[in-house]
Design a protein around this ligand. Sequence first.
Ligand SMILES: Nc1ncnc2c1ncn2[C@@H]1O[C@H](COP(=O)(O)OP(=O)(O)OP(=O)(O)O)[C@@H](O)[C@H]1O
Length: 687
Amino acid sequence: MRPRYRAWPASASSRATDGPVAPISRTRRSPGRTDASLIPGTVEEAAQNCPRFRPRTSGSGHTLLRADAPLRIDRTGLEGCPVAETPSPTAAPRRPSPLDVARKTWAAWRRLSPFFRRSRRQLLLLGALSLVAGVVESTLIALIAIIAASLASGTEGVQAELGPLALDLPLRAAFAVAVVLALGRAGVNAMLAYVPARLGSQAMADLRRELFDAFVGAAWTVKANERGGVFQSLMNMHISTVSQAVITLGHGVSAGVTFLTLVISAYVLNLPAAVILTVTSVVLFIALRPLARRLREYARDFSAENIEYSQGVDEAVLIAEEVQVFGASPTYREAFYGLIDKVRLPALRTRFLAELVPGLFQSVALLLLVLALIAVSLVEASQFTTLGAVVLILVRALTYGQQVQSVATSMDEKIPFMQRLADAIERYVSHPQQDGDTDLPPIRELGAVSVDFSYPAGRQVLTDITFSVRRGEAVGIAGPSGSGKSTLVQILLRLRDATGGTLLVNGLDARAFRRRQWQERVAYVPQTPQLIWGTVADNIRFYRPDLTDADIEAAARAANIHDDVMSWPDGYETVVGQRVAAVSGGQRQRICLARALAGTPEILILDEATSALDVRSEALVHQALEGLKGKITLFIVSHRLSALSFCDRVLVVDQGRLQAFDTPASLLETNAFYHQLSEITQNQQGA
Ligand SMILES: Nc1ncnc2c1ncn2[C@@H]1O[C@H](COP(=O)(O)OP(=O)(O)OP(=O)(O)O)[C@@H](O)[C@H]1O
């Protein structure tokens, strides 16, 4: 029996399912699996581990698996494949040694420190400002305490021993100094509020640029394997969280320095009280660390579930039209609600612990403060004025101590987001697009010699493909579904490199040539080209500012879309985009053809660009291609005889091998696939 293939709806991954097919994309990780007969992790991972599955991608972009025998998938995994390595149930996990912990902490810091590198100067500025704020505040607090004591005792002036300093001021002068200090503190406070805000917004913009550049510069293989919604979630939620982390760190530096300054002031004023305060804070900080560790675990779950959720949201937008037409089925609804619920619990736990830890710190700290004061009053009952100042400074210092604790808690909450962002940037940066360093000459001849290709986790998709195409030829690419046509196109576009053999340009290895020049000279129209939100002119120009309005119009004429554009009230200024009904599918295809032609390419590749069009739209595109024939080299992937018979020669690919490369007329006589295609077409036309 021939194995069957079927596209898999994303929502299906969350419910029990039977059948000989399984998705390898858009599936969910199953935490906490223990059953040795199931593979924990994504189905993609399962496919890599399990010889029963072979992956492929359909023309519609779905990634499918072929199973040799019926199997069952449910939300916990994939039944029937052995776990590659089953950990021994008796082996107790080794407790990490303090050295391990230190090493891990250092490694984690080294990964995360780049996020803060650019902020270092401003963090130093914050530290300096906080030092000033701390000194001003402790002086002000001590002065208030002393003035209050003087007023209570009815003395004219203000006299006190402030550690090594002896204070002797008239009351008015003391009031004036206090007002100046209070205003100064307000000024420093404003700066302390501004610097972290600036830090955060700067970090957000820098990180967005860095992630975008890393993504754009990454090899296509990495981007093609990225699950939907991941990049969006990284760009939005993760970067926002990391920028908040930078702000939080700024507040932490500020609170920490102010705390230390106040503690030092307390040391100067009253040593025993200060010692007790320091010990109290350190003990508290250490006692609350386990809770903070738990918080970090919850935050990690929160980050992971958020990615899943973003993926679901992304998909909800993609299939909005179908859902509108078919209605949201209870199963789809249930799957989406499942995503919402999966985020809810980690969000609840994370928020609860994030609020609980600082609150606990404050409550316990106040209790310990009372105990500390009792101890101090017993030791130094005679120095009531300085004792009053110390009490106020201690209370204030505890507020900053609590802020430091909440900063630590908040950082725990955010670190998993930072780790994930660092992972993604590393993933993109470590797989850059390869580039050549030779200038690309005019392309006289493009060919392949013994080209093989295998996807990383899959079988060989192309085998020993050899052909050569002269400049100006129109070449069709035909073959059954899954035979490797789109993969061959990706190699011609240099999106993927052949795993064996060579793509040749004028007899030289294509990898030697600069990619930028390749991109300028080799254009592409995919099956479902995307319009960007903007005018028709923007869409044709597509971020190439050197293209003039005349170039845009010429390309639109060549693509047979000019007349349509001119019939719209705003002409080339008509706003189009993914969700604008202003253009039909055929017009969209021709706008994208114009986009491809606007850069005056030497090679144009169309991957089933007319397969979704009606006969009239297809005829208009063919008319456009007719005008290009002989001027540029054309590669046209198509299942339609109308498109293929227009070509000079057709490459017939079957099961990854080149079956024939000949003129349409000869293929009709000699090639079974082409002949069959012709018969089907004739039957359809006759029907
Ligand atoms: N990203 C991928 N990872 C693993 N295998 C893949 C991937 N993309 C495609 N394949 C496999 O490569 C084979 C060829 O796929 P390709 O999309 O090139 O075929 P095609 O001839 O263009 O098919 P169609 O006419 O249906 O679009 C398929 O069997 C598919 O399973």
